[in-house]
Ligand binder design. Sequence first.
Ligand SMILES: Nc1ncnc2c1ncn2[C@@H]1O[C@H](COP(=O)(O)O)[C@@H](O)[C@H]1O
Length: 195
Amino acid sequence: MPQTIRSVAVFCGTRPGTDPSHLAAARALGAGLAEAGIRLVYGGGGVGLMGAVAEGTVAAGGQVHGVIPEFLTRVERPYPDATELEVTASMHTRKTRMFELSDAFITLSGGLGTLDETVEIITWRQLGLHDKPIIILDIHGWAQSFLALVDSLIEQGFVDESHRRLYAIAPDVPAALAMLQRAPLPETAAPPERL
Ligand SMILES: Nc1ncnc2c1ncn2[C@@H]1O[C@H](COP(=O)(O)O)[C@@H](O)[C@H]1O
């Protein structure tokens, strides 16, 4: 019997955004992961959408593993009820640990940090460093400007058209959860020294 996804990293904002649908999606995603028996791995913060996704998971009885660099603990204020909170020495270690701990990645809405995390995990897949599913949630049109940028880069000959298949777009949380449940457990992942 094929193994399924057990642990998912969620990338999302330290702010809630102006439209309430982002916060609602964060809570629903957290709860949906818990109900599917999937552990949430995330940046450890208790603020904005990060806090909401963790709260959604814990409220539904799920497991939360936060990974936060020491220097950000005063700014992103760790979510107090996480099952586990790992404090790293640097941003790089945080990213590497989140990568190691996760079988798949979901991007929820967010700002520049969320974009950085998303683009990095896509480019690691482009480089063959892993084959873990990457799902981008398009809540309230959040992903549209990113998708338009990729279209423009393809049109200008800087990105191969096939690279659109490195990630999937989900219109809402139930669609993202359904994609996760259909995904096989990835087999390939580079050792941390290659990242
Ligand atoms: N350069 C960065 N690399 C990785 N993660 C980052 C970076 N800058 C900020 N972050 C983290 O991303 C999340 C979300 O940040 P938003 O800017 O609110 O999207 C947060 O944990 C940042 O520490």
